[in-house]
Design a protein around this ligand. Structure first.
Ligand SMILES: C[S@@+](CC[C@H](N)C(=O)[O-])C[C@H]1O[C@@H](n2cnc3c(N)ncnc32)[C@H](O)[C@@H]1O
Length: 301
């Protein structure tokens, strides 16, 4: 088992029950799915956009025959991909999985030498396309918007001067040269790599669409549980839940004068849940995790 983040909190809030059906929107290494299926005699449909996740799901389809199925696809399209629309719970564990990070060939990590790839679906625009072909201005705005990188312009300038880049390590070194080490234990390349990954996989747009899809798919009383890893993701989850729980009127660009709608969620975590110190000591990846959860009400979306 890879180290699943905040697993006990996920099980507590999702609260698997006999006969119920859940969606694991981010199968990854399958740790949440396995634990949910072991916790109660329930059903799980799992999604992942990474074609390699499908291979990891196959043994589970055998072991939990009739209780588990896997769909390769994006959670932003979840309402079209899964059958029916009356689920008891949906869980998201955002970001990259341990198998993705640990395989240098996927190009997610700056700690190991690997190609500048970062594509969860192994197709489409790669990180290499961005750093080797985009204009400095575009690169700077990606680093600023998706990495909240204050030195975005200086890094973009250095990237354009030093390119082409083949590997993750080459890129990380240039970023470190520009930014310099700021604090112990934090690699200055972190924000640049986060930004490229979010951009290449359009992760924030996926999250917005995934939350909207959950609103359609959950039945009354259904639980929505989201584990996020950085402030950009958490802000989207927090804003969505605030709007849907009646905290602010949820106008849209199509209906700017929307009347106050009936809330569709009751937020159960005004303050996000955090991993215990013990978990962080055991698994440093859990350090920045935040769990927010809510219960679906009757209101229509
Ligand atoms: C942090 S891992 C999940 C780990 C999992 N909870 C476990 O216990 O093993 C996140 C997974 O979500 C997948 N993912 C990210 N964005 C996605 C999206 N928009 N649609 C479907 N899967 C996505 C990634 O490919 C990755 O495998």
């Amino acid at each position: 088992m890879h180290n699943p983040v905040m697993l006990s909190e996920v099980l507590k809030t999702l609260s698997p029950q006999k006969q119920e059906t859940y969606i694991d929107a981010t199968f990854g290494a399958g740790n949440y799915t396995r634990s949910i299926l072991d916790k109660a005699d329930c059903h799980v449909i799992a999604l992942d956009r990474d074609p390699e996740a499908k291979r990891r799901a196959e043994p589970l389809e055998k072991k939990y025959k009739g209780r588990f199925s896997f769909i390769e696809g994006r959670f932003g399209d979840m309402d079209r991909l899964v059958p029916g629309h009356s689920y008891d719970g949906i869980v998201f564990d955002l970001g990259v999985s341990s198998p993705q990070i640990d395989d240098p060939a996927r190009g997610f990590s700056f700690k190991a030498e690997g190609p500048l790839d970062m594509r969860m679906e192994k197709k489409g625009l790669s990180a290499s396309d961005v750093v080797n072909t985009f204009a400095a201005k575009q690169i700077a705005s990606i680093l600023w918007e998706y990495g909240e990188e204050r030195r975005s312009r200086a890094i973009a300038k250095a990237i354009v001067e030093k390119r082409p880049f083949q590997t993750t390590k080459e890129l990380a070194e240039v970023v470190r040269d520009v930014v310099g080490f700021e604090r112990k234990g934090f690699d200055p390349a972190t924000r640049t790599f986060q930004a490229l990954r979010l951009y290449v996989n359009e992760e924030l747009g996926q999250l917005e669409r995934g939350l909207e899809a959950s609103e359609k798919l959950l039945k009354k009383g259904g639980r929505l549980v989201v584990v996020s890893f950085h402030s950009l993701e958490d802000r989207i989850v927090k804003t969505f839940l605030r709007e849907r729980s009646g905290g602010v009127p949820h106008a849209s660009r199509y209906r700017p004068e929307a009347p106050q709608q009936k809330p569709t969620f009751k937020v159960k975590s005004r303050k996000a849940l955090r991993p215990t110190d013990q978990e962080i000591r055991k698994n440093p990846r859990a350090r920045s995790a935040k769990l927010r959860w809510a219960i679906r009400l009757e209101g229509t979306s």
